[in-house]
Design a binder for this molecule. Sequence first.
Ligand code: 3HC
Length: 314
Amino acid sequence: MDTPEQLEQFQQRIDNGEKIEPKDWMPERYRKQLIRIMSQHAHSEIVGMLPEGNWITRAPSLKRKMVLLAKVQDEAGHGLYLYSGTETLGVTRQDLIEDYLYGNAKYSSIFNYPTLTYADICVIGWLVDGAAIVNQTMLAKSSYGPYSRANVRICKEESFHKKQGYEMLAKMADGTPEQQKMAQDAVNRWWWATLMMFGPHDTDSPNSAELIKWGVKTKTNDELRQHFVDRMVMEAEAIGIELPDPDLTYNEETGHWEFGDIPWDEFWSVVKGDGPMNRERIKARRKAYEEGEWVREAAKEYARKKRLQDEKAS
Ligand code: 3HC
């Protein structure tokens, strides 16, 4: 049981801006919340490789193929930092992965949409990685040391991902009428789904208040979404792309862009497993996990033999 004195001292450390490290005392609920958010984040990075990986063989040039390959590999790396970070909280990677593949663990709604044309790859780089940077720059200041440090590194790479997506989209938006149409169509399909990535409105977000009190999140879902919309309006205009929202209006008083209603029914249906690609994504991940069993076994055996050899030598 966490005593009131322990809880107060812990809160004091958070309020002083100290980082909490794996061996420090922490409330059980703080540990549980971190496992939830960090593992959901890790699963999202891994499943996020699927919609883009699908286009590696069809990239329009060698340069684009190399960039996409590097980006998809980066996402795998992000998943690995995050699983390692989550393991510092006393859970095993295997349990986390199995809870996701065969249980109820969540991952980001955004990866349950299909990538229909190459323009979707440009738009994922610009919008999805752009949203991820806004969210994860905030998480890089998180109170939990390993999560904060993982996000610092992730954001450096996401920033390259966003730039390559924006550069490709700008080229496409400046291309032939057919390319322009593809670019605009992809933006139309991804815009609202990207806004949903930030999570429900603050009034419907059961976790935000607690996460903010403990410095895991330092901004709310709505604050981050607004920051993202303000940036994207400017960036879309610069490359001649229209955002598919007739209600977008600049509010002189607040200095922010107001936007239309987000289709929350669609969001919850995707979160509950009924999005356009949920079943396919989970099927592909299970297949990869099951077919990779022998690799994990071989790696474990190699590590065991190496440890024995090292022990003998010392
Ligand atoms: N997709 C799926 N589930 C979501 C969601 C989303 N976009 N947004 C919220 N939810 C779920 C929450 O997980 C929570 O469910 P749970 O209590 O059963 O776990 C429920 O909806 C209520 O939401 P809350 O607002 O109360 O939840 P949080 O306070 O945890 O905020 C969050 C949600 C903003 C997604 C937060 O968890 C977060 O910042 N997570 C870490 C970052 C992350 O996971 N990003 C995913 C994208 S990864 C990525 O972008 C890869 C890159 O390569 C593009």
